[in-house]
Design a binder for this molecule. Structure first.
Ligand code: M7G
Length: 302
């Protein structure tokens, strides 16, 4: 049995000699970067996501001092170069999902999307049965809540079973710079799947996440609330309530209007109508090969 570390090494070894790769590049990639789907390794599929991270301002002097420059073209006042940075300033953030299910592979592949308008009734008759049948495992969430994984990364922990949550850096953030700050707050309550399950009884929980999450980020990263975008996804990929905290100005994957719901709006909507998210029509994009899209088509809703 390989440990997680051995498996990552094995993937890297494999990657080095890998010829038969499927490379997708482009806009629809959730990270807008390159992802590789690897052929099965010892009966398991893996997804490896490679991402160039932003250039840090405090490394600029070292970058200019320590790099080689190769002129590509010069025209009047314009010129372009290839800059070869020292290795430690040229790292590639690498995310590995292994073993990856078919759903993970689809999640990271480039796909055409379609906007679905889901009524409250559609949710109950189409979406809910679908997500009860098949959704991604929440084991990683429970590992965080039980401090079996990522315990050393926790930024704030409120242990209250009703309004408590764990705030920590998102998998997508390498924490090298606050320019692309991305944290998630994971609710301790286990029975809230998504926005659709929320009613006014959850207001204390939502307000606690909003308030304490912002305070913790101010304290740790010196970033005020006015610099934060705090939102929920609908549909999420993982059906356990969590809230995204990203830096304003960073074009975080999934922060567009078709998927992100600002937590401040969610709170106000529930204050105005306790059943808001159970009755309203909610729009969201689904990728062409998403099984849920198939269910909407079968039901004649698309
Ligand atoms: P989502 O809205 O359910 O789906 O958000 P999305 O991935 O399509 O945005 C789940 C969030 O949890 C995402 O921002 C993920 O990057 C993040 N995430 C997923 N996993 C498996 C992990 C993990 O193991 N650790 C941490 N810290 N974050 C994760």
């Amino acid at each position: 049995m390989l440990s997680g570390y051995d498996r990552v090494l094995e993937i890297f070894f494999f990657l080095r000699y890998f010829e038969n790769k499927v490379v997708t590049l482009g806009d629809n990639n959730p990270f807008q970067k390159e992802s590789l789907k690897l052929r099965p390794i010892a009966d398991n599929d893996a997804v490896v996501v490679l991402e160039k991270t932003p250039i840090r301002e405090d490394f600029l002097a070292e970058l200019f001092r320590g790099s080689k420059l190769r002129l590509e073209m010069k025209n009047d006042i314009y010129s372009s170069y290839r800059l070869q940075a020292p290795p430690h300033l040229n790292e590639i953030k690498t995310t590995v999902v292994c073993p990856a299910t078919e759903k993970h592979v689809k999640k990271y592949q480039r796909q055409e999307s379609f906007l679905v308008e889901e009524t409250g009734e559609d949710y109950r008759s189409i979406t809910l049965p679908y997500i009860q049948e098949q959704s991604l495992s929440l084991q990683w969430v429970y590992n965080i809540l039980e401090k079996k994984a990522e315990a050393d990364r926790i930024v704030y922990d409120d242990p209250d079973p009703e309004v408590g949550f764990v705030l920590l850096p998102d998998l997508k953030w390498d924490q090298k710079q606050v320019d692309d700050l991305y944290l998630i707050a994971i609710a301790r309550q286990k029975d809230i799947k998504s926005l659709r399950d929320l009613s006014s009884e959850h207001l204390p929980l939502l307000q606690n996440i909003f308030q304490r999450g912002k305070e913790a980020i101010l304290q740790r990263y010196d970033l005020p609330a006015s610099k934060l975008r705090v939102y929920l996804h609908y549909q999420p990929s993982y059906y356990h309530l969590h809230v995204h905290f990203t830096k304003l100005g960073y074009d975080a994957p999934g922060c567009g209007v078709e998927r992100a719901h600002l937590l401040s709006d969610v709170i106000q909507n529930l204050q105005a109508d306790p059943q808001f998210y159970k009755t309203r029509t909610l729009s969201f994009p689904l990728r062409a090969d998403d099984g849920l899209l198939g269910r909407f088509k079968e039901a004649g809703r698309l």
